[in-house]
Design a protein around this ligand. Structure first.
Ligand SMILES: [Fe+2]
Ligand SMILES: [Fe+2]
Length: 169
């Protein structure tokens, strides 16, 4: 085992308990991103119709961003002496982003994306609070990713607004 440092910082031995707590939060964040990649891939292909095109393209872009987030979380897990989990540890949770009964049901997809982004925003706020004053680098990463998720949610809220204005929701 490499020489461990003492003193301030999340890698100090006296912060082992805190580090374990942060690693658990990071692991969950990693899986949330991976599941979003799967769900957004599905929903960037399934929807039918003229207006579904816009949603499909937006999700196409988000797939790359969410994959980038997963990579950032995975690297941070390693930096904190954790191990990036294998696929057998994955437990799906995004019930709301399963394919709708009708593939023209774009509102179902928009609402599902908003729910996924909201879940991510809540979880990353949790990470920002848990790391405050003890793990600045993880906090910085979480803040950067949080901004992306808030942007994603805002984009899909705009899509939903358009359908609401037409009384389709
Ligand atoms: Fe993300
Ligand atoms: Fe996102």
């Amino acid at each position: 085992m490499a020489t461990r440092m003492t003193g301030p910082g999340i890698l100090a031995t006296e912060n082992d308990e805190k580090r374990a707590e942060i690693l658990a939060l990071l692991e969950q964040a990693y899986w949330m991103e991976i599941e979003s990649v799967m769900s957004y891939l599905t929903n960037s292909i399934n929807p039918d119709g003229v207006r579904a095109q816009e949603i499909r393209e937006a999700l196409e872009e988000d797939i790359q961003e969410e994959l980038g987030h997963a990579r950032l979380f995975a690297n941070r897990i390693k930096e904190l002496h954790g191990i990036v989990p294998g696929s057998l540890d994955f437990n799906p949770e995004q019930t709301y982003l399963q394919p709708p009964g009708e593939q023209t049901d774009v509102v179902h997809v928009i609402k599902g994306v908003i729910e996924a982004e909201t879940g991510a925003i809540e979880h990353y706020n949790r990470i920002i609070e848990a790391t405050d004053g003890v793990d600045w680098a993880t906090q910085d990463t979480a803040i950067e990713i949080l901004r992306d998720e808030e942007g994603h949610r805002r984009l899909f809220e705009g899509f939903l607004r358009e359908y609401e204005a037409e009384g389709r929701v």
